[in-house]
Design a protein around this ligand. Sequence first.
Ligand code: ASP
Ligand code: MG
Length: 485
Amino acid sequence: MATLTMKFGGTSVGSADAMQQVAEIVRRAYDDGHRVLVVSSAMGGVTNMLIEGARTAAAGDASRYQVLAATLRTMHETPIRTLLQSEVERIALHDEIDALLDEFETLCYGIYVLREASPKAMDKVCSLGERMCVPLISALLRQRGIPSMTLSASYLIVTDDQFQNAGVCFEETEAAVRREVLPLLNKRVVPVVTGFIGATRDGVITTLGRSGSDYSAALLGAYVDSDGVIIWTDVDGVMTADPRVVPDARVIPMLSYGEVGEMAYFGAKVLHSKTVQPLIERNIPVRVKNTFNPDFEGTLITHRSETSPVTVKAVTAIRDVSLVTVAGRGMIGVPGIAARTFAAVAKQHANVLMISQSSSEQSICFVVPQDKAAAVVQAIEFELATEFGRQDIERTWADDNVEIITVVGAGMRARPGVAARVFGAMGDADVNILAIAQGASDYCLSMVIDAEATETAVRQIHGLILLNGYGSNGHKPEAITLETS
Ligand code: ASP
Ligand code: MG
């Protein structure tokens, strides 16, 4: 008997049919004698709709959120009406959804009156998607004779107050999860927990960032000592490349925590970037599987980095980034410029995705998310005002028209010739490389290139992966959608 934590993404709970599929998957595991903990996203598209409602309200539109509330009602009522046989369950769920949608309209009205959607308000609004979804999943399990109840992660995952991207307080979270969840699992109850959300110590709702449900599942899975965490999604596993860009992308059978962390960080939308962190030290394996093709084995993620016939396993592109450069002859040999530059960047809460400094020390360049670039440039100008005045630093600017291409594979650093082959492939396709970083981890090589060249570059590098006959084919879904809910 194993303890399994199963996380279902937006598409997996996106319709009545999909929810049935989810309930079947859980039932099978439960009937096999396992203790099962379920973590669920909002129904596909719901989080985006909630955000749209709040944003349009902040912009002075008092009707859009009402229209969205009606659509959300139908979306959730359809599975209630069509799937649940018990009238008692139907009425209870109906009331629950109603109350949550009332809350949505009240929040949006407040936002409309104030013409402001603060990060705090946004988190409260966003939390509704998961909160509307979990009672449905739980009811479907009960209908199959499985004892199940919902739990709001706002009582389990304790975070700081960095709204919309909250940091987790690990010890308190661990204590709460052990106290609340373990007894249920021991009684063979299947808890269905809201992904994505947490709360501050004062009980104010926060979120872990978009796609945060994966991270929720990892935290919960770690703290109940799961034997495995299964991320159920709508593709067959972690792919060698984005199948929308590379039609012959394959499923990667095995990855190490390090490799997958790197991929998530660099834009492969498979797992939220922090997902593997809580699992690494406990050595808990993760499987990424397809809800709609549950017999396919998917991708297994563990400590082991398979020394495969290839060193290059995947290629990903990260979009919506800017390359910020700080340049000036006066930087040569002056200590502290880099430290002050990055301190200024950190104050803007901008995540630095890669850094490179020219060996002549005349410039530092680094990549940040595009929406932070303007603020970052300003903050640097402010921080280094004296140096600008003395013309030790001449210029700082952001180039928005770039993307990062990351080539992932364990052991690349130890293998000579990989970089040469990658750069050779880029050269053959006439792709100009603006900056390179390798070595920060053993798992990847990153390049900044012109945005226009991204697809060419990704396909070109994917050619190297296919050359080695790597990966396996799951079934090919006709339309591949990558989940956002
Ligand atoms: N529903 C949230 C989102 O769309 C969290 C998740 O699905 O993981 O970002
Ligand atoms: Mg996801």
